[in-house]
Design a protein around this ligand. Sequence first.
Ligand code: PRP
Ligand code: MN
Ligand code: MG
Length: 178
Amino acid sequence: MGADLERVLITEEEIHAKLDELAGKIWADYEGKDLLLVGVLKGAVMVMADLMRALPGTAPMDWMAISSYGSGTKSSGVVRILKDLDADITARHVLIVEDIVDSGLTLSWIKSNLESRNAASVEICTLLRKPEAAKVEVDVKYVGFDIPNEFVVGYGLDYAEKYRNLRVVGTLAPHVYS
Ligand code: PRP
Ligand code: MN
Ligand code: MG
């Protein structure tokens, strides 16, 4: 599996150090508030697991499944809900947890969808962001790493559902696509 990687962009140690740092900021910012972490399946599973364990205290999680990519590497921009939240978020402070903001289409759609449910606040935490790929502006409060506009896999991010379990974030070797 590691042989399918061309280049490691972010190591396991760098990911965990960054998530520890973000968790500390989040905990301070939401002190005394009813915080709900909302993960976006499936890419966010690793970020959610490690971010929430890095929090100095406890907070509940919920999940949404949204479809925006097919099995390929390009965003279709099509967003539909495959699984909705279990929780009612009225008057609650929602922090959306994501692996990556690429075109921004998924997150801008989810953010406005959740805001329309009368949450007290809706903010975004993402491990990765590709500033050069942005098609829409999304206000992201917590960003782990800005990365170049290359297709990346690992730590939750997939290519045709594979490589999510890589411990690092990296680019795929050309032979994988052909
Ligand atoms: C990926 C990624 C983000 C979204 C970002 O999810 O996990 O959720 O795309 O792309 P965007 O900014 O261009 O909208 P994907 O749709 O591949 O589903 P997955 O999380 O199940 O892999
Ligand atoms: Mn996703
Ligand atoms: Mg995907």
